[in-house]
Design a protein. Structure first.
Length: 88
C-alpha cells in the first residue's frame, strides 16, 4: 500500500473566512484520488494556534472532526497480520 493511499487530508478553516467553493473543490479533488478528506469547521478556540490543551473549549462539531481524524489515522495502523509478515 503506497503512502498516497494512506494519506489523510485535513482542511481547516483557521480564520473563519475560507472560500466554501475552493474547499469543496479541494475536498472533491483529493477524495477522487482515494484520500480521506476531513473538513474541520472554524473554531475560535483554535484560532490562536499552538498546543491544544484539552478539548472542552472546542465546539462539539470541531471535537467530532478531531475524533474522525484520529479514527482515519488509526485505520492505517498495521494489523497483527502485517506485524507477523516476514520482513525483507
Amino acid at each position: 500500500m503506497g503512502l498516497l493511499s494512506r494519506t489523510v487530508i485535513v482542511l481547516n478553516d483557521s480564520d473563519g473566512h475560507a472560500d466554501k467553493r475552493t474547499r469543496s473543490i479541494l475536498a472533491q479533488q483529493f477524495g477522487s484520488q482515494g484520500q480521506t478528506v476531513i473538513e474541520v469547521p472554524f473554531d475560535g478556540h483554535l484560532r490562536p494556534g499552538g498546543v491544544i490543551d484539552g478539548t472542552t473549549e472546542m465546539s462539539a462539531a470541531t471535537r467530532r472532526r478531531f475524533i474522525e481524524i484520529a479514527a482515519a489515522l488509526a485505520g492505517h495502523f498495521p494489523t497483527q497480520a502485517d506485524r507477523d509478515r516476514e520482513r525483507y
